[in-house]
Design a protein around this ligand. Structure first.
Ligand code: FES
Ligand code: MG
Length: 592
């Protein structure tokens, strides 16, 4: 009776629906799960019961079409001999949740762990899309370690505005500059922004959503090609069907996240992130997944393994195209095949297909000259994340694929000390303070200023706000200075092309170096040496430290308070630290 080695009587779901030790409880489970039409025969058939973790709802427009895709997932599960059971996941909408959607990643993680572990699932399909939904689902799958497969929702169709492409997020940063310079009015601003969202799907730029879904594929957690198929394309429904089919076989093969999410898989994700020009949110999310599966990965590894990798993908914000072109050019398989061809990454890493990464991408489309470039003729050389440290923070990252050619030439491509720059700090305590004061004429901002924002990390602004990419004051923008270097303990949108140093850890709210900074201090950043320091004596810093008291706004909800008590810093994934001790619980803790 065993199929591919696994004995049906050993399925986890049998503990609920066919328990020999407690038949009266089995009767109770059966009667209630039959009440919407499932039959006794189905529930006692010994077929794997597959959860569909549903992240879509009216509240989460980026993931909403998973409500429809779930029907194709169900078809696939049924055709492959399983029984689908769909369940809701705590909603996360990046653009809708206040104070910040990142607050809810760990909440969705916790709730998904409870659902996956506390019910009768033998395997799970993880629906993903909008930024935090992807890491939340994979983190939960890592903790529970049931056979699990990702189905991405896919990007929206490409947006257009007066003939050109309008990309999610990137159009907002551009439109804000136009508005600040007085070239458009508010109605035109809204029209421009809305033009970037023409259909169902998540952000169509290489923002956090497309980056993290590409990471899921590079990690081996989704079927090849899954990440980039636009939400409305027929291939998306077909991928949903194949994903449903595949998860049932994964149950029989006992193919769990712990066999896929190895150190090799994480290194594949890191090299892919550089080649994609992926979001600055990838390091914290990927590091969080690594911690939950028990693989050692540090922020510094992103620099060590990924910095030298060139930018291959010509998508906004680092390039000019959007999701549809990326998909047509071959998507993640083409990028992975090109990286593996040059000996980057690990071709023998196992994936949810049951095959290795190298086998998955064997027939990938060849590199295109305009959307996905070859390794030898890339968009940019050395396009990974630079990881800095100093007396301002132990770790902060800079996304080098988006910084301007002038900035790159001036600071990154000069040897030794010549890559360093000094500036005068202008310090804001959170986004409200920034908005309140940025256009204050008495604030001494000029082209040699460095803008700092603090108290915006996981504790200070619970969840860590996406606010580090700050626009200079209107008077500088009107004079043609569109960007200043920005530094902060918050995050920034994956769609931003700002030359920021962000995710600074430890954050000001827990006493990190940024807390000691004052407006007017000189700061020296050396990108080549990967250092960032306040040029103030150690004695003065010690004095400031002794006088410092933590201060940040009170929590507005119970969850904010709970998260603040237990959350770690961005460089270690901003996990709930106690949760990391719970690993592979479907095996180590048995059946609840
Ligand atoms: Fe949901 Fe960008 S806002 S994917
Ligand atoms: Mg975002």
């Amino acid at each position: 009776m065993a199929k591919n080695g696994k004995d049906p009587s050993k399925l986890r779901s049998r503990e609920w629906f066919d328990s020999k030790s407690d038949p009266t409880m089995t009767a109770l489970y059966l009667e209630r799960y039959m009440n919407f039409g499932l039959t006794l025969a189905e529930l006692r058939s010994g077929k794997p019961i597959i959860g569909i973790a549903q992240t879509g709802s009216d509240l989460s427009p980026c993931n909403r079409h998973h409500l429809d895709l779930a029907w194709r997932i169900r078809d696939g599960i049924r055709d492959s001999g399983g029984i689908p059971i769909e369940f809701p996941v705590h909603p996360i909408q990046e653009s809708g949740k206040r104070p910040t959607a990142a607050l809810d990643r760990n909440l969705a993680y916790l709730s998904a762990v409870e659902s996956m572990y506390g019910y009768f699932f033998d395997g799970v399909v993880l629906t993903t899309g909008c930024d935090k939904t992807t890491p939340a689902m994979i983190m939960a799958a890592a903790t529970v370690d049931l056979p699990s497969i990702v189905l991405s929702g896919g990007p929206m169709l490409d947006g257009h505005f007066v003939g050109g492409l309008a990309g999610s997020g990137t159009i907002v940063w551009y439109a804000r500059q136009e508005l600040a310079a007085g070239r458009i009015n508010m109605d035109q601003f809204i029209e421009m922004v809305a033009s970037s969202a023409p259909s169902v799907g998540h952000c169509n730029t290489m923002g956090t959503a497309l980056s993290m879904n590409s990471m899921a594929e590079a990690l081996g957690m989704s079927l090849p090609g899954c990440a980039a198929i636009p939400g409305p394309y027929k291939e998306r429904g077909q991928m949903a069907y194949e994903t449903g089919r595949r998860i049932v076989d994964m149950v029989w093969e006992d193919l769990r996240p712990s066999k896929i999410l190895t150190r090799q898989a994480f290194e594949n994700a890191i090299v892919a992130a550089s080649a994609l020009g992926a979001s600055t949110n990838c390091p914290p999310h990927i590091n969080a997944i690594a911690r939950h599966i028990g693989v050692k990965l540090e922020t510094r590894d992103w620099d060590k393994i990924g910095y030298d990798i060139p930018l291959l993908v010509n998508c906004m914000p680092a390039g000019k195209y959007l999701g549809e072109a990326f998909h047509r050019a071959g998507g993640v398989p083409t990028v992975m095949a090109e990286l593996l061809r040059k000996g980057k990454g690990h071709g023998d890493a196992l994936t949810v297909s049951g095959k290795t990464m190298a086998e998955n991408v064997k027939s990938a489309k060849p590199v295109d000259n305009d959307v996905i470039m070859s390794y030898d003729k890339p968009m940019l050389k050395e396009a990974g994340f630079a990881v800095l440290s100093g007396n301002l923070f132990d770790s902060a990252i800079m996304k080098t694929s988006v910084i301007s050619p002038e900035f790159r030439q001036k600071y990154l491509e000069k040897p030794g000390d010549k890559g360093a720059f000094e500036g005068t700090a202008i310090v804001f305590d959170g986004p409200e303070d920034y908005h309140h004061r940025i256009n204050d004429p008495s604030l001494p901002i000029d082209e040699n200023s460095i803008l700092f924002i603090r108290y915006t990390g996981p504790v200070g602004y619970p969840g860590a706000a996406e606010v580090v990419n700050m626009l200079p004051p209107d008077r500088l923008v009107k004079g043609g200075i569109l960007l200043l270097p920005c530094v902060g303990d918050g995050r920034q949108s994956g769609t931003s092309a700002s030359p920021s140093i962000l995710n600074a850890s430890p954050e000001a709210a827990v006493g990190g170096g940024l807390a000691l900074l004052k407006t007017g201090d000189k700061v020296r950043v050396d990108l080549n040496k990967r250092t960032a320091n306040i040029l103030v004596s150690d004695e003065e810093l010690a004095r400031r430290k002794a006088a410092w008291k933590p201060s940040y706004p009170a929590s507005q909800t119970p969850w904010q308070e709970l998260q603040r008590k237990f959350v770690g810093q961005l460089d270690s994934g901003a996990c709930l630290d106690f949760a990391v001790d719970f690993q592979r619980i479907s095996e180590t803790k048995g059946v609840p």
